[in-house]
Design a binder for this molecule. Structure first.
Ligand code: CU
Length: 154
């Protein structure tokens, strides 16, 4: 059983190596309000193009909003409960500053650094060509491992 498990693990690793690198999944980063009620939390974040920033707070003592200095995003009127998301699309890399309008003078400001994605590459059809030396090698390796596994235990 142990050998079979090891073989499965090895096959998994080999398959992982052969697979094309997975595209980075878009993420959502939540910005809330900290316990002082006068600061975004976290006040500075770094995301990638394609990621979403979600301004989310509920039942706060004070009403807040999040408005980009350049007008790119705006959660609307200050509210004690806000759930507003903004997605930074490809090409929108840069540094964005924003404020809570009622509390900007008290330092309730934030920063979002958006990093660029690597250039898009067209999807490549996986092909098995006869001059690919690696695939037969993997076959041999798996066969050798299988031989070890099926050998009767002494
Ligand atoms: Cu505020």
């Amino acid at each position: 059983m142990l050998r079979a498990a090891l073989l499965l693990m090895l096959c998994g690793l080999l398959a992982g190596d052969l697979a094309a690198p997975a595209a980075e999944e878009p993420e959502t980063v939540v910005v809330s309000v900290d316990s002082t009620s006068l600061r975004f939390s976290p006040s500075s974040i770094e995301v990638s193009e394609g990621d979403t920033v979600r301004f989310f707070w509920s039942d706060q003592a004070l009403a807040h909003n999040a408005v980009a200095d350049d007008g790119l995003f705006d959660s609307g009127d200050p509210e004690r409960t806000v759930d507003y998301s903004f997605t930074f699309e490809r090409g929108m890399n840069g540094t964005y500053t924003y404020v809570c309008e009622p509390h900007e003078g008290l330092g309730m400001v934030g920063e979002i650094v958006v990093t660029a994605l690597p250039p898009e590459t067209p999807p490549v059809e996986p092909t098995v060509s006869e001059d690919t030396p690696f695939l037969p090698f993997v076959g041999l390796l798996v066969a050798a491992l299988a031989a070890v596994v099926v050998r009767p235990q002494s």
